[in-house]
Design a binder for this molecule. Structure first.
Ligand code: MGD
Ligand code: MGD
Ligand code: SF4
Ligand code: MO
Length: 729
């Protein structure tokens, strides 16, 4: 196959940039604030005002080589935006809860005093666990780590969970179960363009991880193949060699059908299967039933496409199976991950360069944020609260007695259930906007409204902040330093380009100050800088699966990031996992899983005959609280819409751009119709980046995967209603 060399192109541009000379500007090397690609960028800073004024791509960053998407090139506009929160806010008028009114500005002291008074009172009356912390992973590793410690040691509550429960939890569950380790990608991204076949399931890569695309297209340019499994003909599906246009929620059948063909057609690697895996025979028996015809019946994909996909993946010398939220945000998310991972394990296409499995992580620090103890059941270094020796180790690092360590909590969505029951009375919310991003929003918003006390930490007043009693202003990513762990499992450095705007403070500092006022200063006061927090994290992760002990900020700088595990200072890190064919289960073997097909939580019926699936557009990020404020992004994508196939539109008698009522058993919303052949006839799609009455999550279902507790954002039953034309006067 042909070779491609992106390096020449990169060097050319890099030299041009080096020659630029702006007397009043300095460049700060850093990475984008948004997705897990963490594209390399230089922030341009005016040296007279010390303010960020622009951005340049970094051609010297080996992962993204100067590529950025529309969100990345405008990300810097967040920092000095007019909507920034510059002082703490206190709600005086409780009757206005759920709106952005009824707040007044306050000093930090007043805000802290109120928080500590309320938290202490509630804990005195209802017990320590009446408080909860709900967090997110747009934060650095330092902040994520400290948030776990803040909840368990600072506030002494068991209830902490985070938005990764809506994002990475099923991938984590499936990879841990199959491979014994959850590092999103088993290979570095610099391998991606060199493989021979990419099997991409439930990933709208061109819109969600756009700067991966040059590597994916390069596979085809070199004579290799791209296979895409998605109910929609996304940009990557359009140019794919095979587009498996399945019904939402039927991946388990598709993966079993392909595995069956791989085995029947002699692509199983017997030597690999025998020496390095368990579970093959049982799985082989189970998938026999999934003939191309039966698989087609369940998935709606034509049998010849299934046969071709299996053939292309099977005969490729090297191949990478990649997946994202399309397969994971289902009540079968964990099973789907294991089922697609089976393809690599049965064919032995894992544990060597250019072959492997990757979940394409979501948020900027989607990987690192799930490793260091923000999850209800987890402790730093991917340790578990369920193991006494793990609790003992972390207790020692934190300076508490093991008996003092709070027990496991519950998952993000389940916390709202405990709010309903009044077990949880107060919420400390940071770095997430569940009033937009959680499923079944009518229910979730009600629970937030009924809390006794709520704190929200953000740099803009989000839809969730509207439910808060106190809002604390924090810094954007460019006003603080620390590390994130990108899509590859590479730990990288975010640098500070500007001092905090107004009175805003970084999350870690706010937590140290609250802990001190809660009388827990002895566990926090030594943390004076973000680097102090990182050094504590290194120790806390030492010996764990996600071992960061050998990572230093200096090493990150010197070698363009460090892949974990990295055990000591002489260890350069681990770009490729399993090169020694040792998986992370006690016997060193990976597990192949026999997974029977099962339907979605809510299948279409006469009343609700359509399948609703949800996701993203390239111009907006998650709940949209950041990107909806950027003029260019808002101009490009001002409103949500519902994608409908032309034949379906005809059936309902609805036209392009007509507003319709879309509804499910849980709620309704009104959207403009976007008629497109790029969607199945039985499916409709709505992006979820808008708040209030425009949120598609008013309609989604709160059904959870039994293992990962991930909500089923990707499949529920829905119906469309044409609106009666209003009489024009
Ligand atoms: N522009 C943009 N980029 C982002 C983000 C963003 O908000 N905006 N968010 C970041 C984050 S946190 C995440 S998690 C990632 C998400 O990245 P992706 O997972 O790629 O994004 P989604 O749009 O949620 O879903 C991906 C695809 O799954 C398909 N799908 C729906 N149902 C099914 C199904 O049952 N089976 C299969 N096989 N496919 C299905 C959808 O049609 C969609 O094209 O993106 C990251 N990057
Ligand atoms: N229907 C549907 N719903 C979904 C999904 C879907 O595909 N469909 N996807 C799910 C997924 S994958 C995800 S990741 C979630 C994400 O959902 P959310 O967690 O709600 O995502 P964000 O919009 O990133 O919310 C982050 C909030 O914190 C603020 N923020 C950003 N950085 C920081 C920081 O460093 N500190 C603090 N304190 N605040 C900060 C931002 O301004 C924003 O208000 O949504 C989930 N919801
Ligand atoms: S691809 Fe992701 S990291 Fe890169 S510029 Fe876009 S949003 Fe930022
Ligand atoms: Mo996500």
């Amino acid at each position: 196959m042909q070779e491609v060399n992106f390096k020449n192109e990169r060097d050319k541009y890099f030299k041009e940039i080096e020659n630029l000379n702006h007397p009043n500007e300095t460049l700060v090397k850093t990475h984008c604030s948004y997705c897990a690609m963490q594209c390399g960028m230089n922030l341009r800073v005016n040296t007279k005002t010390n303010k960020i004024i622009g951005v340049e791509p970094r051609y010297d960053w080996p992962v993204t080589l100067g590529k950025m998407c529309p969100k990345g090139v405008t990300a810097y506009q967040q920092v000095n935006h007019n909507d920034r929160l510059l002082k703490p806010l206190i709600r005086d008028d409780k009757s206005l809860k759920g709106t952005n009114k009824g707040f007044r500005e306050a000093s930090w002291d007043e805000a802290y005093d109120l928080i500590v008074k309320k938290f202490t009172e509630l804990q005195k009356t209802y017990g320590k666990d009446s408080l909860s912390v709900y967090s997110g992973v747009s934060m650095t590793n330092e902040k994520c780590y400290l948030t776990g410690k803040f909840a368990r040691v600072g506030l002494q509550t068991r209830y902490i969970d985070y938005n990764g429960r809506f994002c990475m939890a099923s991938a984590a569950g499936g990879l841990n179960r199959s491979l014994g380790i959850d590092r999103g990608s088993t290979v570095p991204w610099t391998d991606v363009h060199e493989t021979d076949c990419i099997f991409l399931a439930g990933s709208n890569t061109a819109e969600c991880h756009p700067t991966s695309m040059f590597r994916i297209w390069a596979v085809q340019e070199r004579g290799g193949y791209v296979i895409v499994a998605d109910p929609r003909e996304t940009p990557v599906a359009r140019r794919a060699d095979v587009h498996l246009d399945l019904r939402p929620g039927t991946d388990l059948a598709l993966a079993n059908g392909i595995l069956n063909l791989l085995i029947q057609n002699g692509y199983a690697d017997e030597e690999f299967v025998n020496n390095h895996t368990n579970g093959f025979e049982e799985t082989k028996q189970l998938v026999k039933e999934f003939t191309p015809e039966y698989t087609s019946e369940l998935t709606g994909v034509a049998p010849e496409k299934i046969i071709r996909a299996a053939e292309l993946y099977g005969k490729a010398p090297n191949a990478i199976v990649m997946f994202a939220r399309g397969i994971e945000q289902q009540i079968k998310g964990v099973d789907n991950v294991s089922a697609y991972t089976n393809m690599a394990l049965v064919t032995g296409k894992i544990g060597r360069p250019k072959s492997g499995v990757a979940t394409i992580t979501g948020q900027g620090n989607g990987q690192g944020g799930r490793e260091h103890g923000q999850k209800a059941d987890a402790l730093p270094g991917y340790r578990k609260l369920a193991y006494p020796e793990h609790v003992e180790y972390i207790s020692k690092i934190w300076g508490i007695e093991p008996e003092e360590m709070p027990k496991e909590g519950v998952s993000a969505y389940e916390m709202f259930g405990l709010m309903e029951q009044k077990t949880i009375r107060a919420l400390y919310l940071l770095c997430s906007n569940p009033a937009v991003s959680a499923p079944n929003l009518n229910y979730v918003r009600e629970q937030m409204k009924n809390l006794d006390f709520m704190v929200c930490v953000d740099f803009y007043l989000s839809e969730s902040a509207e439910f808060a009693d106190v809002v604390l202003p924090t810094t954007t990513w460019a006003e603080d330093e620390g590390t994130t762990t990108n899509v590859e499992g590479r730990i990288i450095k975010i640098n500070r380009a500007q001092m905090p705007l107004g009175e805003s403070k970084p999350d870690w500092q706010i937590q140290v100050e609250i802990a001190e006022r809660m009388g827990r200063g002895k566990y926090f006061s030594h943390l004076k800088t973000s680097k102090d927090v990182f050094n504590e994290l290194r120790l806390a992760s030492k010996g764990g699966i996600a071992d960061y002990y050998g990572v230093t900020w200096e090493k990150i700088d010197k070698q363009d990031g460090v892949f974990w595990p990295c055990k000591d200072e002489s260890d350069p890190g681990t770009p490729h996992l399993f090169l020694d064919k040792k998986f992370y289960h006690p016997d060193g073997k990976a597990k192949i899983f026999a997974l029977p097909y099962r339907p979605s939580a809510e299948e279409p019926d006469q009343e609700y005959p359509l399948r609703l699936t949800t996701g993203r557009v390239v111009y907006h990020y998650l709940s949209g609280n950041q990107t909806r404020r950027i003029q260019f992004l808002r101009d490009m994508s001002p409103e949500p819409f519902v994608e409908v196939h032309p034949e379906t539109a005809e059936k309902y008698g609805i036209n392009h751009e007509e507003k319709v009522r879309l509804f499910t058993r849980r709620g309704e919303a009104f959207y403009q119709v976007k008629i497109t052949e790029a969607i199945r006839k039985d499916t409709v799609f709505v992006p979820y980046h808008w708040g209030h009455e425009k949120s598609i999550n008013l309609l989604t279902i709160g059904a959870l995967d039994p293992i990962s507790r991930m909500p089923e954002f990707k499949a529920c039953a829905a119906q469309i209603e044409k609106l009666e034309l209003k009489k024009v006067q």
